[in-house]
Design a protein around this ligand. Structure first.
Ligand code: FES
Length: 165
């Protein structure tokens, strides 16, 4: 009986020793992780953020084109001006598709609707779709997807025309 008790005690001692070592190792890992410098965000190359959308003439007035790379829409208004817009709804960030036959963006999540300028025409979206800056050089249109400008509503001054750089 006493031998059995000693054996059990010895087993428990070993068990506690092993658990102590494991706990200590975890503690060392946590503490060293705390003092280790955080991984630095790798800054994306600006060139990666600048998307060459194409020649100005390749976009029909009154049309919207989706760009997978850069995740934006390029709207060409009837007057020839351009807007590059985020595809994220300003309500809760769902991806908003352009519905050609309805001539508007319709959010599948809560049915917000936006016109070709990104202006809200049906809430709950609280404001117009966010904008990316556009540059037109040598008749080639470029969109800076690294920058996103929030706006409360559409204004004519947000439109980029061929003569403006
Ligand atoms: S996320 Fe678009 S309407 Fe709610």
């Amino acid at each position: 009986m006493e031998k059995e008790t000693q054996s059990r005690r010895a087993f428990l001692n070993k068990l506690w020793t092993v658990l102590g070592i494991v706990t200590f190792a975890e503690l060392v890992a946590v503490v060293s992780g705390f003092f280790k410098p955080a991984k630095q965000e790798v800054a994306s190359d600006d060139k990666d953020m600048l998307i060459v959308a194409g020649p100005v003439d390749s976009f029909e007035p009154g049309s919207v084109q989706a760009f997978i790379r850069g995740k934006f829409y390029l709207s060409r208004l009837e007057d020839g001006g351009f807007l590059a817009m985020s595809r994220h709804c300003t309500h809760l960030s769902c991806t908003v598709p352009w519905v050609e036959k309805e001539n508007r963006f319709i959010c599948p999540c809560h049915s917000s609707e936006f016109d070709i300028t990104g202006e809200v025409i049906n809430p709950p979206a609280p404001r117009a779709l966010d904008l990316h800056p556009i540059a037109i050089e040598n008749n080639i249109l470029k969109v800076d997807t690294g920058k996103l400008k929030k706006r409360s509503r559409f204004e004519a001054s947000q439109v980029t025309y061929v003569n403006t750089v």
